[in-house]
Design a protein around this ligand. Structure first.
Ligand code: FES
Ligand SMILES: [Fe+2]
Length: 437
């Protein structure tokens, strides 16, 4: 990608990136095929033979637990002639058999047999050379299994950095996480990046979700508070949204100790205090209640869900909503959890219906021969804030509603798209900002 599409200095973005076929093809190669992509949670595949199918960009993969207990990630495409090997979304198998000609594969992808091997191949097929292809690297963090198709990608924990890890720590600190069966899937006619940058967007809440607010379904204080915290991590990870000051946190703790709750974040602070969360999240992380996006497309939602924004061409995105709970939750909490999972986001979610309509119209607005030449403005808060660094090393901006997270997403996106390899990306990517932002 030779051209500049995002001007870091002004926060002005070229809209054509939301509808361009060529850019989309490059994204599949330069972002999805290179990045560490979330594949499943280990609790979805607890036993040998358990599998779950997912996507890395437009490459379908099978995450499968082997007889040795290891989770492997195999490309779900038959080495014979390319048919999809596993048609089920989730299940347990002793072997995988391709439905086209019947080649059979072991749980580690090894080709173990096919119909009439002796009669038709007559000893001239090297079975060892024709197994299923595995992802170049697989690793998990707190049970979240990620895979990359690039052997030169840095280790997962380095890739996530402290901000990516903190996003997952938010969940892990609540207890022992288990994912529930059933992923809510729906398609939105929008470019995947619009769904991603919205994770950082707290400007739209009062307007887009105005009906839900006016109907009293959500408390405005809770859904669109003024106090915001932004944490930016290497390679495009970020957490944006509500955050409280140290003083507010301490006052909340005092209220909770006195058995009182009066402001919206008391419930959040109570959750952070109930577990070993305070230590795990650190002095800054514990005060952040924002939305983490793990680059490129995993949103660790504040409701009990995790959402993948899977690209389906430049003009369409498939949203996959995973629901989780913790083993420690009471029956009542589990019921509340499920209620939230069904009513906030996902195909039946009130909030998501508001959002999806905006994203699809913004995508249309990038298609017109004239409209696509117009810029988009992501300048909010530019030059008005300062990065503060805690003695613990946790850096963040504490401010009002802003677009720092969106700018960081597109700045990082542009660096991913310009780098010819992981080596170039490691050498040339921007470190999270310091000083004035
Ligand atoms: S394509 Fe799979 S067995 Fe032929
Ligand atoms: Fe929204």
């Amino acid at each position: 990608m030779a051209r500049q599409y995002f001007d870091v200095e002004t926060g002005v973005l070229d809209r054509s990136i939301f509808a361009d076929e060529e850019i989309y093809r490059e994204e599949l190669e330069r972002i999805f095929a290179r990045a560490w992509n979330f594949v499943c949670h280990e609790s979805q595949v607890p036993e040998p033979g358990d599998f779950f199918t997912n996507w890395i960009g437009e490459d379908e993969v099978i995450a499968v637990r082997g007889r040795d207990g290891a989770v492997r990630v195999l490309l779900n495409t038959c080495p014979h002639r390319g048919n999809k090997v596993c048609r089920a979304e989730i299940g347990n198998a002793r072997r995988f058999m391709c439905s086209y000609h019947g080649w059979r594969f072991d749980l580690d992808g090894a080709l173990v047999g096919m119909p009439k091997e002796d009669v038709f191949y007559r000893g001239n097929l090297d079975k060892q050379a024709w197994g299923m292809t595995a992802a170049a690297q697989v690793a998990s963090y707190h049970g979240f299994v990620f895979a990359t198709l690039d052997a030169t990608a840095p280790p997962l924990e380095d890739y996530l950095g402290w901000v990516g890890r903190l996003g997952i720590d938010f969940m892990a600190a609540q207890g022992e996480v288990e994912f529930l069966d059933g992923v809510q899937k729906n398609r939105v006619r929008c470019n995947w990046k619009l769904a991603v940058d919205n994770v950082h967007d707290w400007y739209h809440v009062g307007v887009s979700h105005g009906a839900s607010l006016r109907a009293g379904l959500f408390d405005e204080e809770f859904l669109g508070p003024m106090d915001q915290m932004v944490l930016l991590g290497e390679y495009g990870h970020g957490i944006s949204g509500p955050g409280v000051t140290e003083r507010q946190y301490a006052e909340s703790v005092a209220r909770l100790d006195a058995g009182e709750r009066s402001v919206w974040y008391d419930a959040m602070v109570a959750r952070r205090r109930r577990t070993a969360a305070e230590d795990a999240l650190g002095p800054v992380g514990r005060r952040s209640f924002g939305h983490p996006n793990i680059f490129p497309n995993l949103w660790v939602s504040t409701s009990p869900q995790v959402c993948l924004r899977i690209p389906r061409g430049p003009l369409e995105t498939e949203l996959w909503w995973f629901t989780y709970q913790t083993k420690e939750m009471s029956a009542g909490q589990r019921r509340r959890n499920l209620y939230m999972a069904n009513h906030y986001f996902g195909p039946a979610g009130l909030l998501e219906q508001d959002d999806a309509e905006n994203w699809s119209h913004a995508t249309r607005g990038a298609k017109g021969a004239f409209a696509r030449t117009l810029p988009a403005n992501l300048a909010m808060g530019k030059g008005a804030d300062r990065v503060l660094v805690d003695p613990s090393g946790q850096a963040r901006v504490e401010t009002v509603v802003n677009e720092h997270g969106q700018r960081w997403t597109y700045q990082s996106w542009q660096e991913w798209m310009r780098a010819g390899s992981w080596r170039e990306l490691i050498a040339g990517h921007s470190m999270p900002p310091t000083g004035d932002v």
